[in-house]
Ligand binder design. Structure first.
Ligand code: HEC
Length: 106
């Protein structure tokens, strides 16, 4: 019985790890850029060719260059709208795409 549980535990670990890998591979930075230009550019500088944003929100390139930049953290952060953001909810895939796009701005 103990052995059996151990095996389930290990299988679960492998499964979780491979799901995480899949979600990384599936992230599409080009799609993320499209979403960022549509949803985030009012407040953030989302691309180098953008001239101005309307608030003091940090430019995406500055976020990407932070020493503690972490793709998973951004992705997680984006699953919930931040306080001053309009009421928009990004799905898992959209969050991953935008996070992947921000990572390309380093
Ligand atoms: C209405 C304005 C507004 C919009 C639209 C907006 N943001 Fe923000 N965002 C802010 C402001 C202001 C901050 C800084 C203060 C805060 O964190 O609430 C911020 C902070 C952030 C941060 C930094 C969090 C940190 O760790 O400091 C990220 C990442 C971010 N926004 C991503 C996005 C993305 C991606 C979108 C588009 C899907 C978006 N924002 C749309 C106003 C906005």
């Amino acid at each position: 019985m103990r052995n059996h549980l151990l095996r389930i535990g290990r299988y679960h670990l492998i499964l979780t790890a491979s799901l995480a890998a899949t979600s990384c591979l599936a992230a599409d930075p080009d799609q993320g850029e499209t979403l960022a230009r549509r949803w985030c550019a009012d407040c953030h500088l989302v691309a180098t060719d953008q001239k101005a944003a309307t608030t003091d929100a940090p430019p995406f390139a500055a976020i990407a260059r932070r020493p503690d930049f972490d793709l998973a953290k951004i992705e997680f952060f984006l699953r919930d709208p931040h306080p001053k953001m309009p009421n928009m909810t990004l799905g898992r895939a959209e969050s991953a795409d935008i996070a992947a796009y921000i990572a390309t701005l380093k």
